[in-house]
Design a binder for this molecule. Structure first.
Ligand code: NAD
Length: 490
């Protein structure tokens, strides 16, 4: 793969121009595969963020005055340009994250589909007309842009994360300041380049590189940012909600998960094992929707556990298209995973497979975690209740459906959940009673579509949904309009 696709220094996009951080500072972006530097990244701070916000404020009124159809056409052009450059984008995603090119290509396809869907909203952006109790009075509801949208994203599925926020924010008539994830700066950068090539008016989409506390926090704190949309950890989401709450700014939080996958005694065990492996380990477990709590009926526990362990030990870990999953995003995350496993061990957890860093010659330079399965963990232990965001999953034994459902719901999170069963009764009961924003049957805990609202309950979010048409609710305000007809003028 050609490393030239990543610029030597990845800069900000402000007012349609690439620019360094005002201080000229940079930091290094390392390859998760080799541990070597892929490029330098502009290290923005409060002054850079304020500049981007001012530019966005200036550009926003004209953008809001353009018709939604015009905006949709431009966003459609951006999506088509992304399609033309899909391989280049995928190469960047793959280099920055260590995921295979094949997987990155698929993720980029999903981001393009998101763009196409949201571009189509330019011809809809439905409001409502309704009745009035008063004669000769007409009532309607229309959508209005909010102003400047501050967008902050995680690195795990980087191009999808950009698309999920940028397209709905812009179609609604907002200008945006996107704070790229520090681990995937070039993925955000290339979207800025494409937007410029396509002719998006300068200042409508600004992209800021930098660390969370230095470049993300000032965006959240600025009174000139009208909506903050954040995808990341529950811990940071809570801080953002506090800061934004003080100035009553609108906030959308898409946070972490500790997602259960229930395997019943009547499940197709081969199929269930396939989905457990994908849910737990694909993308190195770096999914908000990864399956990290596998809840198994007692009568099939040993058989299913043995099947999982056997299949896990055959997984290929590496950056290639033939590998099952790649490295984790950085050394700090890897160290956190190892210490979480160590603490679980001290509490009596049994590591069935994995539990360590891969240090053989093929993996030693990268940030590789062995696929890990634990059992004998208490549902209240840290390992059961705190998201780890790596290729690590825990097994739990239950007697029956009622206990499985209780355990699945016994979590501070409520993002996604899945059940494997041949019983329609169990499947429907589960989808009705599970406390999650997404419920699946005979599938994985992950996987979402651009036209469907995604988001979680409890500590997985604050009740908003992105994407789907529900994302329009995040990025627009509703306005009631009443019109009295003067009958004498008739
Ligand atoms: P993180 O919360 O550490 O960082 C996410 C983003 O927030 C980064 O861009 C970071 O720079 C920024 N940030 C950090 N501190 C900040 C602060 N004080 N103010 C403003 N911005 C700040 O998360 P991460 O480890 O990079 O990402 C993994 C997390 O993202 C997991 O918890 C995962 O579940 C979650 N996630 C959720 C969804 C979803 O849709 N629910 C999707 C993907 C990832």
């Amino acid at each position: 793969m050609d490393q030239e696709v990543i610029p030597k220094t990845i800069l900000n996009w402000i007012d349609g121009e690439e620019c360094e951080a005002i201080t000229g500072d940079t930091f290094g972006k390392l390859s998760p595969v080799s541990g070597k530097e892929l490029g330098r990244v502009a290290r923005s701070r409060v002054e850079d963020v304020q500049k981007a916000i001012q530019v966005a404020r200036r550009a926003q009124p004209a953008w809001a005055d353009s018709t939604p159809v015009y905006r949709g056409d431009l966003l459609y052009d951006i999506a088509q340009a992304m399609r033309k450059q899909q391989e280049e984008i995928a190469s960047i995603v793959s280099l920055e994250t260590g995921m295979s090119f094949k997987q990155a290509l698929g993720e980029t396809g999903g981001a393009i589909a998101q763009g196409e869907f949201m571009a189509g909203e330019g011809r809809r952006l439905y409001g409502r007309t309704t009745t009035s109790a008063v004669p000769n009075k007409y009532a309607m509801v229309v959508r209005q842009p909010l102003g400047v949208a501050g967008l902050i994203i995680a690195a795990n599925t980087p191009i999808a994360n950009v698309a999920w926020k940028v397209f709905p924010a812009l179609i609604c008539g907002n200008a945006a300041v996107l704070k790229a994830a520090e681990d995937t700066p070039a993925t955000a950068w290339i979207v800025g380049r494409i937007a410029k090539e396509v002719g998006l008016p300068p200042g409508v989409l600004n992209i800021i590189q930098g660390y969370g506390e230095e470049a993300g926090a000032p965006l959240v704190a600025s009174p000139e940012v009208d909506v903050i949309s954040f995808t990341g950890s529950t811990e940071v989401g809570r801080q953002i909600a506090e800061v934004a709450g003080r100035r009553l700014a609108k906030v959308s939080l898409e946070l972490g998960g500790k997602n259960p996958l229930v395997v019943c005694d009547d499940a197709d065990l081969e199929n269930a094992a396939n989905w457990v492996l994908l849910s737990a380990f694909s993308n190195a477990g770096q999914r908000c929707a990864s399956g990290s709590r596998i809840i198994i009926f007692d009568s099939i526990y040993e058989k299913f556990r043995n099947l999982l362990v056997e299949r896990t030990e055959k997984l290929k870990v590496g950056p290639g298209d033939d590998d099952d999953f790649g490295p984790v995003i950085n050394e700090v995350q890897l160290t956190n995973m190892l210490s979480a496993i160590e603490r679980a061990r001290e509490k009596g957890a049994v590591v069935l497979t994995g539990g360590h860093r891969l240090t053989d010659p093929a993996h030693v330079d990268g940030f590789y975690m062995a696929p890990t399965i634990l059992e004998n963990v208490d549902p209240q232990d840290e390992i059961s209740t705190k998201e780890i965001f790596g290729p690590i999953t825990c097994l739990y034994r239950v007697q029956d459906f009622a206990e499985a459902l209780n355990l699945a719901n016994d979590s501070p999170y409520g993002l996604t959940a899945c059940i494997h069963t041949r019983s329609i009764h169990r499947a429907i009961e589960f989808t009705q009673k599970i406390q999650a924003g997404v419920a699946m049957v005979n599938a994985g805990t992950y996987g979402s579509e651009p036209h469907m609202p995604f988001g979680g309950l409890k500590q997985s979010g604050n009740g908003t949904r992105e994407p789907g048409t529900e994302a329009l609710d995040v990025y627009s305000d509703l306005k009631d309009i009443y019109i009295n007809i003067d009958t004498e003028m008739l």
